[in-house]
Design a protein around this ligand. Sequence first.
Ligand SMILES: NC(=O)c1ccc[n+]([C@@H]2O[C@H](COP(=O)([O-])OP(=O)(O)OC[C@H]3O[C@@H](n4cnc5c(N)ncnc54)[C@H](O)[C@@H]3O)[C@@H](O)[C@H]2O)c1
Length: 257
Amino acid sequence: MSRFTGKTALVTGAASGIGSALATALVAEGANVVGLDIDEPGLGKKVAELGDAFVPVVADVTVEAQIEAGIATAADRFGGLDAAFNVAGGSRIGAITDLTEADWDFTVDLVQKSVFLCTKHEARLMRDSGGGAIVNISSLDGRIPMPGGSPYATGKAGVVMFGKNAALELAQYGIRVNSVLPGLVDTPLVAAVMGYEPAKQMFLERIPLGAAASAEQIAGPCLFLASSEASYITGTELVVDGGWEISNFPNLAKLAG
Ligand SMILES: NC(=O)c1ccc[n+]([C@@H]2O[C@H](COP(=O)([O-])OP(=O)(O)OC[C@H]3O[C@@H](n4cnc5c(N)ncnc54)[C@H](O)[C@@H]3O)[C@@H](O)[C@H]2O)c1
């Protein structure tokens, strides 16, 4: 498919995991991609993989001036912005009784404030170039609590509500905003879980489709939401979790048998 031929896309967190898969998929579908990340060597690997269609920008998504400068790259190099994927994330974990204010701020700034700041500057550019689509990566943890991960889950829930507000405010400019909520995705972010078999099994037991998603399995739904196929979809949230969210009830069919 070439749904993004001649389009310009911006991806935060483009050096690894879901953002990296998105950048690869976008270029394969004809887009020019501006990739923001703090990981300079990781961005260098994407340039080696994707060539001139991928423009790397070293930027911290929690710092507004760096985001603004990074997004301006899309205007300078390609004349505008059609699609943006706010993906960069990470977290500090710990019990509420132990977490520090700095732990809280680090995580909520990274997963939530960054989405506000990026959306602000992406939307300004899209407004000036006739519209566009923004996809924010939340998490299943934005809908179900994660003991030990309260700042992350709280921040990710905020991403969904922020996306709905942004969808309402930005519709007048032809800008759509949607959230994607992945379950478990096999990326470096969850290497500790995927690399330790007992922990991995604890997660997989809860996932009806029986596996973690690949980064590409999250990139696909994100691309759909940003494409013209989703031109009437805004303000919604798409859970991509292999059935994890709905799998909490015991299977009564096993009793009946
Ligand atoms: N992996 C999962 O199971 C999972 C599940 C649900 C949601 N998510 C979300 O998906 C998104 C991508 O995660 P991933 O699994 O691909 O992780 P990842 O660690 O592979 O990639 C995250 C990227 O974000 C970048 N990044 C981190 N802090 C940054 C900052 N301050 N400024 C700019 N870039 C920064 C990292 O350098 C990295 O390249 C995150 O928002 C994460 O919360 C992941």
